[in-house]
Structure formats: C-alpha cells, structure tokens
Ligand binder design. Structure first.
Ligand code: GLN
Length: 547
C-alpha cells in the first residue's frame, strides 16, 4: 500500500510549493523509496493546454501528451521519473467525470453532491496514481493557497484520506511565508499562525511546516511557530531563498525534512545517497566561465513562460562547467529596434510560440545567427521560422511563410497536417507527447544523440511541408531527423554553419540537471566555443593596436 505526503500552501502564492514538494521527493528517492508525485489544480480548465503564459506560465508536456501544470516539470527534473496525464488533476476533469457518470446513470437515485461524489472522484484519482506508478510514497501538491474557495473540495478530500488509509500512512506539510519587516528588522510569524488556523478550520493539522524565509529562523522563532501551530519544534523547517533551485533539496536535507517524513510514515531510518546531486550543485556553484545566450520569444518578461527551456540551458551549462546567463530578448522589441539587442550573445535560441506577434523579430534573429555564424537552436516555432527564413533569404521564395500566420501564402513551407485542417476544437488536439524520430547518420544531430532512433516530446499543429524538401536540400539545408512512419520532418540543420539546428520537438522537457538534453548540450558547447573565438579575436585586435 502507498503512503501519501500532501503539500498545501498558505499566506501567499508563488512560494515554490512545487520545488519544495519535488525536493522532498528527491530526498526520499535518494533514500531508496519509490516516489511518485501529483499536482491537484483547483481551476476549471480541463488542462493547462488552453491557457496562455500570462495566466499560467509554461505548459509542460508529458510523454503521453498531457498538457500540464509547470510543476510537473519540476517533479520530473527533481525526482527523475516520467509522469503521465494521471499526475495532473484539475477541477475541470473531476466535474467532467462526475457529470459523465451522472448522465450514464452510475449514481441512479442519488443526489450528486460535492461531498461525497466530487471528493470521492478526487480521492480515486490520487489512489490511481499510487497504483499506476507503483509508488511507496506519493507526494501530492494541492495548488493555490488555503482559503481559496475553489480548493475546498480538494482539501476536504485529502483530509478524508487520513480516515481512509490510516494516520500512519499520511503526512500533511504546510508551506508558508515568514516575511521580514525591514523597518523593525523582524521576522513575522503571524501570517503563518493565521494560515495554519485556517487549515485546522478545514480539519487538517499539519505534521510539518516549511517556512519560506529570506533570513534564517532563530530557534526562538521556530519554538514560537511550533507552539502556536501545535507541531514539534523539529517539524518547523526553514527553506531559505537559494541561489539555485537545485540547492533546495540539500537545504531541506540539512533541516531534516526527509527524516521527519520517514519517521511519520514509518519508513524507518534510511541513509540518503545524494552524492551525484551534491556534485551537480557544486558545479553550479563553481562555474569556470559564464556563457551568454539570447532567448528570443514573446513572453520573455514572464519568469515562468519558458521555464523548461531555461532549465535545459542551465543543465547544459552545468555539464560544461559554465554558468549560463540568459539574455531575454523580446521578439517584438527586436522587430522595432533591430538586432542590436543580440550583441554579446554567444548563441541564440528562438523559442516556441503561436501566432503572428513578434514574428519579424524572430526571423531577424534567425537571419542574424545564420549569416553571422552565431550558434542557433530553434525550438518548434523557432525551427519552423528558421525554415521560413531559409526559404525567403536563401531559396529566393520572398513570400514564403507558415500557414499559421499567412493562410494565403503562395509558399507554405510550414503547413497544416492533414488531420488538423478542419479541426473544430482547440483543447488537446495538437500533435502532443512523445514521437519517434529517425536521426540521419553523419549529421550534427546524430553526433549529439549518438543513435539513430530517438524520441522527443511534441506540442504543435503545423509541420514542414514536404513539397519544399528538395529545394531546401539543394540550397544546403539538411534534414537530420524524420518521423518516418508519417513522413514528417523533425530536425533541420545547416552543415556549413558552426551550429544551426532546428527541431520540431521540445527536447527541453526531457532535460535533467544531471542529464542534459543532447541538443541543448551540443548547443551550449557551440556557444562556449563561439565565446572563446570571440575572446581570441578581441585579444588579437588588442595586440595589433598595441594595447
Ligand atoms: N505554432 C506552431 C505550431 O502549432 C509551433 C508550436 C510550438 O512552438 N510549440 O505548429
């Protein structure tokens, strides 16, 4: 039977509940415990796929093609387990399922209510993950903050869990904020007290409280929280702001959170093997050099919009002992002010995206990279636009475009897939999830993947138009990856360039801090080499003028 750790949040949103939950998952896994994780999202959308990044940050895609909350990305990166659509539950899914059952007649005779029908559906979905993933411990995060109206059924469901599976199999952890008041130079515990009181009002008594704080908590403050919130002093755990999110598991380890969890859940005393993780964090802390990479996209001002891409770049940096400085370049600003914003970048990554906004900027960035020999990685839309740019400026098809932006273009080098043309619904209808790709031997992509058969995750509607294959190849573009069964182009590259590669997939979703995605690792290597060459040139120039 599985055991469950439920994470709730209080005081404020964005405290990093997902990171805390993922970190504990990692610490348990390091102790040889089989771990899985799940996110319960109280919003009514069926999944995150239809929300824009302003609403929700990035959409994370699982192997089986679920469009999920970005916290699933943290879980996968920290716990290093692939998750599925079962691992992200929303209010929309729950109500959808209950209403379907009602119409089918499953509840015949009953008044269908939040308690027990909605709460039972929630509990079943939590248990289903435990069974499907064969986990000893499921770390379950409830989205939102305690006190939100929409999270109430979820909190009631996890409250009942203790009754269902026994106190010894359940742990509740509440994450709060301990604000620091500058004027008084004091850490304040009152919001935490209020938040725990609110949680108790719902019937949940936390077994541990994780306190996000800028400054260290003194023993007195921990005592005070323990007393007012009725937990043991060692169950008040601080989580200080960390330079890197990958430091957080080690901080929580030092605070004894995993030991606390093992004790509560009767898992016994276990040695943690964190050697690999610690080595990775040490590399993060002591980089040999810094590489500047431009990330060109239309949501660059949003911290969470390209989280997996940022992480994949960092992972690739770690592998090369380099700190990565991501220059966020707004594609619309590029459109207005030109490519000066790309000065100083040792590599250019053009981000995924949808629609016409910022497109000219992205095309300008791609041209700048192609003509200037600057390492270029195009992810999905970035790859598609690299094809548009190539068609226009190399193949001479001035009006080439993607059908997504210009339905009437005479040269749709990027076009609809047959089955997407007459689609009426938007939710969950793109090419989603993991697809196989055959990598052409002798190409850059092959050098990086080191094998012919790979898989990567997808999230897009449009594809390279095969009618233009020959023309592209004649002009020097190489098709280095294909989904053979459907005759689709997956990767393109320019062998005459130091590193110019576009992929229809999203390799960032599979990147791990200790195992970077091959294309990102190769891109980073090229960026480092580009930076060294640039430095060399600057030195030579300085010598020439006798500086
Ligand atoms: N808008 C493009 C498509 O739907 C690319 C999507 C993406 O970048 N993920 O095909």
């Amino acid at each position: 039977m599985s055991k469950y750790i439920f994470f709730t949040g209080g005081v404020a949103s964005s405290l990093g509940k997902g990171i805390a939950a993922s970190s504990l998952g990692r610490l348990l896994k390091a102790r040889g415990v089989a771990v899985s994780s799940q996110k319960l999202d109280p919003y009514i959308n069926v999944d995150a796929g239809t929300m824009n990044p302003y609403q929700h940050g990035e959409v994370f895609v699982t192997e089986d093609g679920a469009e999920t909350d970005l916290d699933l990305g943290h879980y996968e990166r920290f716990i290093d387990e692939n998750l599925t659509r079962l691992h992200n539950v929303t209010t929309g899914q729950i109500y959808g399922a209950v209403i379907d059952k009602e119409r089918r007649g499953d509840y015949l005779g009953a008044t269908v209510q939040v308690i027990p029908h909605i709460t039972n559906e929630i509990k079943n979905r939590i248990k289903r993950v435990a069974v499907a993933s064969n986990a000893q411990v499921c770390v379950v995060e409830v989205g939102g903050t305690v006190g939100d109206i929409e999270s109430l059924p979820f909190l009631e469901a996890i409250r009942q869990f203790k009754q269902d599976v026994g106190d010894e199999n359940v742990m509740y952890i509440h994450l709060t904020l301990i604000p620091h008041l500058g004027a008084a130079d004091e850490l304040k515990t009152k919001p935490t007290q209020h938040s725990v009181r609110e949680l108790r009002g719902i019937g949940i008594s936390p077994d541990a409280i994780v306190c996000r704080t800028e400054y260290p908590l003194t023993p007195e403050i921990k005592q005070k929280i323990a007393l007012f919130c009725d937990v043991k002093p060692n169950a008040v755990v601080q989580s200080r702001d960390a330079q890197s999110i990958y430091q957080v598991p080690l901080n929580l380890e030092a605070e004894g959170l995993a030991e606390l969890a093992c004790a509560k859940l009767g898992l016994g005393e276990r040695q943690a093997d964190l050697d690999e993780w610690r080595a990775m964090v040490r590399r993060i802390q002591r980089p040999k050099e810094t590489v500047r990479v431009a990330l060109v996209g239309k949501y660059v001002e949003l911290k969470d919009a390209y989280i997996s891409i940022n992480e994949a770049l960092y992972h690739a940096g770690v592998a090369h002992n380099a700190a990565v400085e991501v220059m966020r370049v707004d594609s619309e600003a590029l459109e207005e002010r030109g490519v000066e914003a790309l000065q100083g970048a040792s590599g250019i990554l053009v981000a995924p995206g949808f629609g016409a906004r910022g497109i000219k900027g992205k095309l300008a960035a791609i041209r700048y990279a192609r003509e200037g020999g600057v390492p270029f990685l195009g992810i999905c839309y970035g790859m598609q636009l690299a094809c548009v740019e190539f068609a226009r400026n190399v193949c001479g098809l001035d009006e080439a475009h993607t059908r997504e932006v210009e339905p009437e273009t005479p040269h749709p080098v990027i076009d609809f897939m047959e089955n997407q043309r007459d689609l009426q619904t938007m939710g969950g209808t793109m090419r989603l999830g993991s697809y196989p790709c055959h990598v052409t031997p002798g190409t850059l992509a092959y050098r990086l993947y080191g094998q012919e058969e790979i898989t990567e995750r997808h999230r897009h509607r449009f594809e390279f138009n095969n009618q233009y294959r020959e023309l592209f190849e004649r002009h020097g573009m190489v098709i280095s990856g294909q989904y053979l069964a459907a005759n689709l182009v997956e990767m393109v590259e320019l062998p005459a360039h130091p590193f110019f590669l576009g992929t229809q997939a999203h390799p960032e979703y599979k990147s791990r801090p200790t195992r970077p995605a091959p294309l990102y690792a190769g891109f980073m290597q090229a960026c480092i080499e580009f930076a060294h060459r640039a430095e060399g040139k600057a030195e030579q120039a300085a010598e020439r003028i006798g500086a």
